[in-house]
Design a protein around this ligand. Structure first.
Ligand code: NAD
Length: 252
């Protein structure tokens, strides 16, 4: 087991990539703290963690709320310890040109995607520094490392996550703490399905997949496996990196 005896705090654990990571990390021996603004969905995730034979706990946390994130991380650290911080909660927006995206919509993205990651890092770092170890994994996006037409506000936030991760890595490295980002291409979770019927999503998937050298979109496990690697001791000398997991999209 690659995470035996470790505790992972996962934001956005109630759906998609966060849920997949929670299940996988549990199978690899980790205790899971499943944090999400949607309590019910996080509870379902913890059910799956328990089915995998591991302890899990649920915390209702809005990552935009700095005090709430600090309190939740402190509470989890004192109850279970803290070894892995997966800042994964995030939102996207409907496709629109930059000049068409309103301030409110832009700020909604900044609040969750940037401030959420900031809050999670800020809350976890003191614990990690104190114990002289810890792994931060931030979920960025392919849209944080290449241009993403019609996703301007989203790419703004994800680019910020990529470079902030580098800065955190440089700061905390001397304390024995690592920080990396995962940058997924389009992956089949509730996020890209939003506002599409099942039939529309199947058609979109097929169309998009043509642009990927590996001829398919991501599956949640593709991304969770990369998160697991970066969170594990196998990545002990890897920090400050943005690991692109995109079926080759960015090199085609
Ligand atoms: P998802 O919508 O399935 O899950 C997101 C989760 O985050 C939900 O459980 C939601 O309740 C939670 N969340 C949203 N706002 C929150 C808040 N303020 N506080 C706490 N929790 C909150 O989406 P997903 O596809 O699993 O996305 C996970 C991460 O992966 C996001 O950061 C997203 O930007 C990123 N990502 C996804 C894709 C993709 O194609 N699915 C591609 C690149 C990056």
């Amino acid at each position: 087991m690659r995470l035996k005896g470790k505790t992972a705090f996962i934001t956005g654990a109630g759906s998609g990539l966060g849920r997949e990571a929670a299940e996988l990390f549990a199978k690899e021996g980790a205790t899971i703290v499943a944090a999400d603004v949607d309590l019910e969905s996080a509870e379902e995730t913890v059910g799956r963690v328990e089915d995998a034979g591991q302890e899990g706990t649920v915390l209702e946390v809005d990552v935009r709320d700095s005090d709430a994130v600090h309190a939740a991380v402190d509470e989890a650290a004192s109850a279970f310890g803290l070894d892995i911080m997966l800042n994964n909660a995030g939102i996207s927006h409907g496709r629109a040109a930059v000049e068409e995206i309103g301030e409110d919509e832009r700020d909604r993205l900044i609040d969750v995607n940037i401030k959420g990651v900031w809050n999670g890092c800020q809350a976890a770092i003191p614990h990690f520094r104190e114990q002289g170890s810890g792994a931060i994994v931030n979920t960025a996006s392919l849209a944080g490392v290449i241009g993403a037409p019609q996703l301007g506000a989203y790419s703004l936030t994800k680019g910020a996550v990529v470079n902030f991760t580098r800065t955190v890595a440089a700061e905390v490295g001397p304390s024995g703490v690592r920080a990396n980002a995962v940058c997924p291409g389009v992956t089949d979770t509730p996020m890209p399905r939003k506002n599409r019927t099942d039939a529309e999503w199947e058609a979109t998937k097929e169309k998009m997949a043509r642009h990927y050298p590996l001829k398919r979109l991501g599956r949640p496990e593709d991304i969770a496996n990369a998160m697991l690697f970066l969170a594990s001791d196998e990545a002990d000398w890897i920090t400050g990196q943005a690991l692109v997991v995109d079926g080759g999209f960015s090199c085609a």
